[in-house]
Design a protein around this ligand. Structure first.
Ligand code: SAM
Length: 233
């Protein structure tokens, strides 16, 4: 079973938008802010390394989910232990992520300058020799303080760090043997300053930038996602 209800958001987004995670040429996916690991489970599943099974519904989540970190099982009945899949998911979080087959976990602060080179080294070693990711996902969010200025700044800092990594490490159509540029899914808080970020950084560098709010995202929350296709580089 999935470790977080966020997994359902990602399934929904992938289902509605071109099934970009299931493309056969997706070999390196970077999952930022990945703990407890729901998104990574979904992606590793698409890559053939992990098979989630429906878990007992304890009623708390109403989705057949357990609370994060509880009850999920890694015995051979539930997952394809040892299955290689066709690529690698690199899951980064400040928090520890319990192992998931097909997922390389890295416990690090993504805003720290030494983290991005570590992620690049893993991509080179495990998937794409040119160090390029096919898909970058960021569900990172700082703890909300309720202070709008502060929360907006936190979200901007995260978006800038993800953009800095993206511009260096997301594949373009010119990357070895590729016909289309890579995909970025980026969580952010809704605010005019974030709209400026979209306008200046994302819109000119991708063919398509969509704003999405998955149905499974609480409607009152100010979080939304940008889904960006066709990185131009
Ligand atoms: N997508 C995840 C899943 O499916 O299980 C849930 C992610 S949760 C909403 C957001 C995560 O972002 C938290 O685990 C938090 O620790 C992480 N995070 C926030 N800021 C971070 C940073 N600077 N570096 C690394 N992780 C960060």
């Amino acid at each position: 079973q999935y470790r977080s209800r966020s997994a359902f958001k990602l399934l929904e987004v992938d289902d509605c938008y071109r099934r970009f995670l299931r493309a056969p040429d997706v070999r390196a996916v970077v999952d930022l802010g990945a703990a407890p690991g729901g998104w990574s489970q979904v992606v590793a599943g698409f890559m053939g390394a992990y098979k989630a099974t429906p878990g007992p519904d304890d009623g708390r989540w109403g989705l057949g989910l357990n609370a994060p970190g509880e009850h999920w099982s890694e015995d051979a009945k539930d997952i394809n232990v040892g299955a290689e899949g066709r690529g690698v998911v690199i899951a980064v979080d400040r928090l520890r992520i319990a192992p998931i087959p097909g997922v390389h976990t890295l416990q690090a602060d993504f805003l720290a300058p030494e983290t991005a080179p570590m992620v690049e080294a893993i991509i080179r070693a495990k998937a794409n020799r040119d160090g390029k990711a096919d898909v970058i996902l960021s569900d990172m969010a700082a703890n909300a303080t309720g202070n709008r200025t502060h929360d907006t700044q936190d979200s901007l800092d995260i978006c800038h760090a993800v953009w800095d990594f993206t511009r260096k490490h997301l594949r373009t159509a010119q990357s070895i043997g590729r016909k289309s540029g890579g995909v970025l899914l980026l969580k952010h808080f809704e605010h005019p300053e974030l709209q400026q970020f979209r306008k200046f950084y994302l819109a000119p560098n991708f063919h398509t930038v969509l704003y999405i709010k998955p149905d499974s995202s609480r409607s009152a929350s100010r979080e939304g996602y940008w889904l960006c296709f066709g990185f131009k580089g």
